[in-house]
Design a protein around this ligand. Structure first.
Ligand code: VGL
Ligand code: ZN
Length: 207
């Protein structure tokens, strides 16, 4: 039997229909990482999946302000990008891609439920204060190493990785198992910030 990576979790971020081609906030080639992520799962005993899960009146949607999509506005907690309506609770768009193998995932963590606060990171909402509880889950299982993949590289993967570092984890982002939205060079900026903060970018992974 293949050896598993110890004290580690594979964190699969937001592999949902709305982030795949044809979805409301599609990430170019977002669906191409699904099969490779499935193959990578066998290296892990602990697998966590996140699901962006917004009420339809969420304030992160441009349509709820009658403003342009992708424009920036000031929220009580800072700047917020206004997104196309996406990942609405109980819609097909919010569903996890049906080819993603969820069999061995012990936790499917939903985020973005509070209509006043967006939530990119799997650990904290964008106010940087409201916890999702994921840190407690990992600490109680003695998980110290996080391997992060999924969508999108420059938003939810990036914020999750940075919070992981802040919370004391060893963090690996498996770049070939991610895809970026790339808004105003957000991909380059995310990469730079991760490298400066000791996130390990795995770039040469093939399976
Ligand atoms: C995401 C923007 C808005 C993501 C979620 O999963 O990266 N990006 N909501
Ligand atoms: Zn969202």
């Amino acid at each position: 039997m293949k050896n598993k990576i110890n004290n580690a979790s594979l964190l699969i971020i937001d592999v949902q229909n709305d982030f795949c081609p044809g979805g409301a906030l599609e990430v170019t080639n977002g669906d191409q990482i699904v099969e490779p992520i499935n193959n990578f799962q066998s290296d892990f005993d602990n697998i966590v999946i996140t699901q962006d899960w917004h009420p339809k009146d969420h304030k992160c949607f441009a349509s709820n302000h009658k403003l342009k999509e992708y424009s920036m506005i000031e929220f009580p907690y800072g700047n917020q990008i206004l997104w196309p309506k996406h990942c609405i609770q109980n819609t097909i768009g919010a569903a996890i891609h049906d080819k993603l193998d969820t069999t061995r995932s012990s936790l499917i963590l939903r985020k973005g439920l509070n209509k006043n606060i967006d939530s990119y990171s799997a650990f904290f909402e964008n106010d940087r204060e409201t916890s999702t509880g994921l840190d407690g889950y990992f600490k109680s299982k003695n998980i110290q190493n996080l391997y992060i993949c999924g969508l999108a590289f420059d938003f939810c993967v990036f914020y999750t990785a940075m919070d992981g570092i802040e919370l004391g984890y060893e963090v690996f982002v498996i770049e070939p198992l991610t895809k970026a939205i790339n808004l105003n060079s957000s991909k380059t900026q995310a990469k730079k910030a991760m490298l400066e903060n000791n996130v390990k970018l795995i770039t040469n992974y093939v399976n």
